[in-house]
Design a protein around this ligand. Structure first.
Ligand SMILES: NC(=O)c1ccc[n+]([C@@H]2O[C@H](COP(=O)([O-])OP(=O)(O)OC[C@H]3O[C@@H](n4cnc5c(N)ncnc54)[C@H](OP(=O)(O)O)[C@@H]3O)[C@@H](O)[C@H]2O)c1
Length: 238
């Protein structure tokens, strides 16, 4: 069993991209317990490699965040190894995109699937894991959003479905924070990052995004709750 000063993290999208980078970094320290969730652990060789070298207690669980029944099964899947331990940080990283679609031309099925994975999934996962968060002194929900969610930044017509889903995720987070002031729930834009979603022309590597995020998220206090930040913890406009 870990000592009480360990932090327990639950992270979705651990297979690749920013989620894999976060799991990799947290797994390098014995002060973390990492629950790494992804759709297909057997098909995620990079995550399996992290498991081989992890210093942290690392558990890999299967989770498709677009599958409501799979989300409901998660408490049962983690309770045996967590026992009476909390979840301190829930990181809702998993997301999909319909690419650069537009408000007057998008696919209905793609729109609904995106809302299911990017909005409903994080909402239902927070509901399912609430009893574990309630055991924690930290109780932090980090919903990974995008600057494209911002109306004030006036980014234009591009990527309509994805942007709408992330704006809805922002509102979900505000509702979580206001309904439960005992939680710390906020949204972060990880930056424009070189991943499959960000593309090769993106500005930063996953390690830079994660280094920035981990420079402030572990110490995030109540003043962060219900707000929108960039990867350095600076406020972004809604
Ligand atoms: N990269 C950027 O520039 C950028 C900018 C702003 C915001 N973001 C946000 O940052 C987060 C991570 O993005 P990324 O760039 O790392 O993306 P990525 O490299 O394209 O990876 C997407 C991740 O989401 C997972 N995923 C997709 N649908 C899922 C589902 N139904 N259930 C479970 N997992 C699912 C994928 O799992 P599989 O391997 O199973 O497909 C993969 O792990 C996302 O929330 C994204 O919106 C990224």
């Amino acid at each position: 069993m870990p000592s009480t000063d360990q932090s327990v993290w639950f992270i979705t999208a651990a297979s690749r991209g920013i989620g894999l980078a976060l799991v990799t970094q947290l797994s390098a320290s014995t002060s973390n317990v990492v629950i790494a969730a992804c759709r297909n652990p057997e098909g995620s060789p990079k995550l399996q490699q992290v498991e081989k070298t992890a210093k942290a207690e690392l558990h890999i669980v299967t989770l498709d965040t677009g599958d409501e029944e799979a989300i409901k099964a998660i408490p049962e899947a983690i309770k045996d190894f967590l026992k009476d331990r909390p979840i301190d940080y829930l990181v809702n990283m998993a997301a999909r995109t319909e690419g650069n679609d537009q408000a007057f031309a998008f696919s209905s099925s793609g729109f609904m699937h995106t809302m299911q994975v990017n909005v409903l999934g994080p909402a239902l996962l927070a509901q399912a894991l609430l009893p574990f968060l309630e055991r924690s002194k930290k109780r932090v929900i980090i919903n990974v959003t995008s600057a494209l969610a911002s109306v004030s930044l006036n980014i234009g017509a591009k990527s309509a479905t994805y942007s709408i889903s992330k704006t809805a995720l922002n509102m979900l987070t505000y509702k979580q924070a206001t309904q439960r002031p005992d939680l710390i729930a906020f949204v972060v834009d990880p930056g424009w990052v070189k991943t499959e979603m960000g593309g090769p022309g993106a500005l930063i590597e996953t390690t830079e995004s994660i280094n920035n995020l981990l420079s402030w998220i572990p110490d995030a206090g109540q003043e962060r709750s219900g707000k929108f930040f960039n990867n350095k913890g600076q406020p972004l406009p809604w």
